[in-house]
Design a protein around this ligand. Structure first.
Ligand code: UPG
Ligand code: MN
Length: 710
């Protein structure tokens, strides 16, 4: 930097909203203390019948759990910040560090090759010196169609960020020329479009010819290919590419064998970490999912505003951009955009030490993933125990200790070395996945890896510029949405019930307790939500049916406490929704989907995590479907709920709706016909304990029934 006094980025603390948040925390907490004291006092009061103690206990437990969850989530509201970057102040191109881009794909059927190639092309078209970009695609399916797609992508050399999104009708992001400059470039645009159509055709044809190796997805040897015009060996390809001044493009399909665990995406990323180390070994890595393309070409430069800031770069592990989606409808009935996470929570996370890794759209420093106390000592024996047997890889470690290395070094890695590094037995007995690379402890490898980085003292930064840097495809039907939610819940709860529970492990490792609270909230919310919402969805209703009072009468002063808590939490949520530019209707959508997810995804995810812990189930990662069903998409865009999902998800929701409607009707009828509610428990009614037990039995019945019949 010429003038180190001019900052590359600025951090703004949101003083007003922090003030509002903190005041709300204070007032709401006081109300919760009153609520808890009201409930607690019940147990010391007048003679109670056994029948009423149980529902009181259950509803009290739900309230305490939800209150605790609320308290944890306030850590995200304590100190919210946002950032501005000044990429124009970056040093000259020749002083920028090289970047390796990692893209993962796992299933050519669920993740159509054209979509994956759009991501690849968008990464190659980034506004960054091309000789400093190296794009790696990990193909977990080892599919010929993907490898061919890469070759075609290279051959057509379409330089356009995300052609599909760009050429498809209805492009609406305000930049009419999609980065091509003025209207005089219309011709150029037509030319590129033609090229793109030809490219698409050849990829689709390849897919049609068929990938017969479907059953070999879990059983195939490694293929590593540096893409170039005529296929010969990799060393030639690297030299040929250098001459062309194009980003390097590398296809990696790691070896997979049924007998060896492959650790899903984290396993794939670790193979990329090793392969890239012996090929380009760039100090920075951009991680992308195959369904998330670079929408704005400047993200790399924006990220470098943080990485190249001498004040923070020594401790900065990664810069995280939000996930934005290009297929969100106006109504967004399922909250597919994950508004709360990326518009509210992450800004507060950032104010406390940084967000976790979000799996895609992050620029991470290679050293932060491959650091080890022994790598400095240089004891070859120990290094091998930690990083595995490849000498080439260990040699690469010495270079990354100088993270701001600007020169590009493309090595002619030997085929036997690259094969070794992608072999499925490579990690046996090493620290890969445990201390080195992306960690295997959870299927939400991103969250878990981020947590460990923060525990080791690294910080991260959240950068959410106006123009979305990355655009992906979100889940737009209920089934995909709930399946994805179940996977996330399961992975998060894995961490909550391990020795890495952020509330226990975090405080000793992280600089602030509030930051551990953020991590703890994410790990624990599925458990808290499913337990408390099941409580709230059944206990008061059963009590109403049986005429058991659970809440204070209107004349009681505690009635104000309950009403206040209800209003306070709902209005705070509404305020956040409106303040982040969403609508009242979106607030309704979020409330609704929160309840639906809590009684299904969060429940099943938590149960799945406990079963894995007990050894009753194996970990799994079913990639989200990225092929749009035309009918379902239509319904989503019209804002119509699509209940085409499995019985596992439907049964609890339907059962609860029936219970709630029945108790509502009975409650109203009683209010009208019998008058005072609390006087009406007659001797002839079914005892509450019986109702409770039968409700429980029928739920268990439903639950196992739907597992068995699925
Ligand atoms: O065995 C696997 C499974 C998945 N993937 C890839 O992982 C990515 C994410 O998978 P996706 O099915 O799109 O899952 P999402 O739920 O949309 O992903 C979110 O959640 C994941 C953790 O569950 C994170 O890894 C992702 O970055 C985050 O976007 C995709 O590129 C997949 O191809 C693999 O490479 N190997
Ligand atoms: Mn995805």
């Amino acid at each position: 930097m010429e003038n180190s006094k001019v900052p590359l980025h600025l951090c703004h603390v949101h003083k007003l909203s922090n003030f509002i948040n903190r005041t709300h925390i204070l007032v709401h907490s006081i109300a919760l203390v009153f609520l808890i004291s009201y409930r607690a006092s019940f147990f010391f009061q007048h003679p109670k019948t056994k029948a009423t103690t149980l529902p009181w206990l259950l509803v009290f437990a739900s309230e305490v759990l939800l209150a605790f969850e609320w308290l944890l989530s306030q850590s995200f509201r304590w100190r919210t910040v946002s950032r501005t970057v000044f990429p124009e102040r970056l040093p000259e191109d020749d002083k920028l560090p090289p970047i390796d881009v990692f893209i993962c794909t796992a299933d050519p059927e669920k993740e159509p090759t054209v979509g994956v190639m759009n991501t690849v092309l968008s990464a190659m078209a980034m506004d960054y010196p091309p000789e400093k970009l190296h794009v790696y695609l990990s193909d977990d399916a080892g599919a010929a169609v993907t490898l061919n797609g890469m070759r075609e992508a290279w051959r057509y050399g379409i330089k356009c960020t995300a052609p599909e999104a760009y050429f498809s009708a209805g492009e609406d992001d305000g930049d009419e020329n999609g980065g091509f400059g003025g209207s005089e470039f219309v011709q150029e645009k037509e030319h590129i479009k033609e090229k793109y159509e030809a490219f698409k055709k050849s990829v689709t044809e390849n897919a049609r010819i068929g990938d017969t190796r479907c059953n070999s997805r879990r059983d195939h040897s490694a293929v590593i290919e540096v893409i170039q015009e005529t296929s010969s060996d990799n060393a030639d390809a690297i030299q040929a590419n250098e001459a062309k001044n194009k980003p390097l493009l590398i296809y990696v399909s790691r070896e997979k064998r049924p007998s060896q665990p492959h650790h899903f995406k984290a396993g794939a990323l670790n193979v990329l970490l090793r392969e890239s180390a012996v090929i380009s070994n760039s100090p920075y890595i951009l991680g992308l999912d195959c369904d998330m393309h670079c929408h704005d070409a400047s993200s790399a430069r924006q990220a470098m505003c943080f990485h190249l800031d001498p004040k923070i770069s020594h401790s900065l592990a990664f810069v995280q951009f939000p996930q934005n989606f290009c297929n969100i409808s106006n109504n967004d009935i399922y909250d597919s955009q994950l508004r709360s996470a990326f518009k509210v929570l992450w800004k507060g996370y950032d104010g406390l030490g940084g967000p976790c890794v979000c799996g895609t759209g992050y620029y991470i420093k290679r050293v932060s993933l491959c650091e080890s106390s022994i790598s400095e000592a240089g004891d070859a024996m120990k290094l091998r125990q930690c990083f595995g047997p490849s000498n080439e890889f260990i040699k690469s470690l010495r270079q990354i200790n100088k993270p701001d290395r600007m020169f590009v070094q493309r090595n002619n890695a030997q085929p036997n070395e690259t094969q070794l590094l992608a072999s499925c037995a490579y990690e046996d007995g090493t620290k890969w996945g445990k201390e080195v690379g992306f960690l295997y402890g959870s299927v939400v490898e991103d969250y878990f890896t981020g947590f460990h980085l923060h525990c080791k003292g690294w910080i991260s930064v959240y950068c959410d510029p106006k123009r979305p840097q990355f655009l992906g495809s979100g889940t737009t039907n209920l089934d995909d949405f709930l399946v994805q939610g179940t996977r996330w819940s399961s992975g998060l709860v894995d961490v909550a019930i391990s020795k890495f529970n952020p509330l226990i492990y975090g405080p000793f490792k992280m600089p602030t307790f509030l930051h551990s609270m953020c991590y703890a909230e994410l790990a624990l919310f599925p458990i808290f939500y499913f337990l408390s919402l099941w409580g709230f969805a059944t206990i008061p209703q059963l009590c109403l049916l049986n005429g058991i009072p659970l809440y204070p009468q209107v004349s009681n002063t505690y009635f104000i406490v309950f009403s206040f808590i209800f209003l306070s939490s709902h209005s705070k949520h509404l305020y956040e929704v409106l303040a982040t530019g969403s609508t009242f209707r979106h607030w309704v959508n979020e409330q609704r989907i929160w309840m639906m997810k809590s009684v299904t995804s969060h429940l099943y995810g938590s149960v799945d995590a406990f079963m894995k812990k007990l050894g009753m189930r194996e970990a799994s990662f079913f990639p989200t479907n990225k092929v749009d069903d035309v009918e379902q998409l239509k319904r989503y865009n019209m804002g119509v709920f699509d209940f085409q999902t499995s019985r596992l998800f439907l049964v609890p929701m339907v059962a609860l709706v029936i219970l709630n409607m029945a108790s509502f009707v009975v409650g109203i009828a009683r209010g009208i016909f019998v008058g005072e509610l609390d006087k009406m428990k007659d001797k002839g009614s079914i005892p509450l304990s019986v109702t409770l037990v039968s409700a429980l039995v029928s739920l268990i019945f439903y639950f196992f029934g739907s597992i068995i019949f699925m």
